[in-house]
Design a binder for this molecule. Sequence first.
Ligand code: PAF
Length: 285
Amino acid sequence: VQEISTIGQLRHQLNQTQAAGQSIGFVPTMGALHAGHMSLIERARNENDCVVVSIFVNPLQFGKNEDLNKYPRLIENDRELTERAGVDFLFVPSVDEMYPGRTEDNTGILTTISVSKLTRTMEGALRPGHFDGVATVVGKLFSIVGPCRAYFGEKDWQQLGVIRRMVNDLSMPVDVVGCETVRETDGLALSSRNVYLHPEARASAVRLSQALFGSRDLISQGERSVATITDYIVTAITTHNVVVNYADIVNADFVSLIDVEPGARICVSASVWGTNLIDNVGLPL
Ligand code: PAF
């Protein structure tokens, strides 16, 4: 793996890749790579000639009281994992490289991307400004990497939808590939934030996926009321130091449904001993 820290250098390398007619698979990450990321990288490796992974803890997508400063940074380990996975280029820019002129409160960043409507509910409502930060950094990374296939996990279901919409609306030359969530054997969705969970919190965290699978069973038994199902989810997850932020069943625009529809998505966020975790499952079409 060749590590690159400047935009100019990555562009230079990828221009050559493109000129040689090679396809590029791109996996944007914030590092602290786990088996979920590795499954994206593996897929990118299988489907493209050249694989680029970026690691950038994007300050623009963290709220004031969120975990930007304590977000896990494990670059040595990430380097080794990407090397072993046969990644060609590891892009690790500094904050200054990505956002020249940024100030501590981010007001020095004058140009941002904002996807409206889709970002009003769920994570967008819970974390104001979060998706502007995600869209801006992903748009910027796409502009740096150029035409590519880009791989994202379905765990961040709303993020995936927002990025697809941005790519469509702004005619970006990127093929967005959504990949299934990777889970621990007990069902817990893999997340870089799982490192925050001490054993008692870890034991409670599994409630999210259990509640989602349980709610899908209720639906397959004939339950149709979203209110009834989300009440079930909240009850199944809530316990000592675990608070549900939202539980919802939404359509393709992330708008709450009254009655369950085929293809809807059941989404949940909970604070587990102070760590915000999200998860979701789909319903058959
Ligand atoms: O999902 C993530 O890790 C981040 O939101 C992303 C897409 C890398 C943008 O910073």
